[in-house]
Design a protein around this ligand. Sequence first.
Ligand code: ADP
Length: 335
Amino acid sequence: VCVVFAGCGRQEPVRQTVLVMDTVATLTATGPEAEAAVSEGVARLRELEAMASPAGADSDLVKLAAAAGNGQWVKLHPEVYHMLAVSQQYSERSGGAWDVTAGPLVELWGIGTERARVPSAAEIAAARAKVGWQKLELLPQTQSARLMEAGMCLDLGGIAKGYALDEVRRIYAQHGIKDGLINLGASSLYALGRNDKGQPWRIGIRDPRAEDKDTRLAVVPLGDAALSTSGDYERYFEQDGVRYHHIIDPRTGAPAQNAAMSATIVVAGSCADAGMLSDLLTTTVFVLGPVQGQAFLEGLPAEVQGMLCDKQYKLWPAHGFEACLQDRQLPGADQ
Ligand code: ADP
């Protein structure tokens, strides 16, 4: 067979990089239908971007915000409904550490935008009054939702890319793709099978304080699993020695201030919603902090592994994640 099919060793992967969902996404796939899988994957990312964006005519978020407080139910795209349904489960489970209604706080702080600043206590209190997952109601029969108070709005920034991973993964499966990488901006990705060299994918976990983006805490070998990392180094500004970053603790109304520097989650592909879970759980456990975050992860099924890295570079692994880490680098290597 090898003689008949030239290059029987490995096929060349198809790879496409696009700017979508506020990030640089690279889709890679190998196999006879790789071309179709990648181009359909990119098209799907663009559709999801339109549905889940905080602006735009087809955005459910815009419709929900416009109807907030008026009692009307808003019929949602099934995709958005699904994100919200899963989201609400984790809000309840995490005691509100995870909360998609944090929109007014995300907006107020503006982290990562030119208007980022430390708001006054009064401004924070006013925004917090418009936040609360219990004030987001879902109606499964009609896949509708409503926000109970005027001024409320949703922010899917911590979950939409994860959902997108699952969708592209589904498209890959339809095309029989066994080897590939769905990389949405390096902080959220889904690896399938093996890389171009026939080896397991090796994903570097960034050192949260290194200037050089390529300095790693460790490397995680991955096959058929989703991996996400979030931290206080991605989008932030510093003022008076405090680092104000993009992960908001809805309970205080401010960027989460605890010992965590980053959180990394791996969810096995056998888990439904693997991409979405990996994405939302990084934010959730970051807000909970190392001690509670680790305990939270230990309470989830064993298909969910992960760790927090604290400001002393101490790792807080769950479900045996430390055994997955390779090439541990300084300064965490001796721990
Ligand atoms: P990214 O990796 O794309 O920067 P993350 O997965 O780190 O995004 O999620 C952070 C984003 O989630 C924030 O930019 C904001 O939009 C949203 N967010 C922040 N805090 C919370 C929270 N406590 N619950 C839900 N979403 C949040």
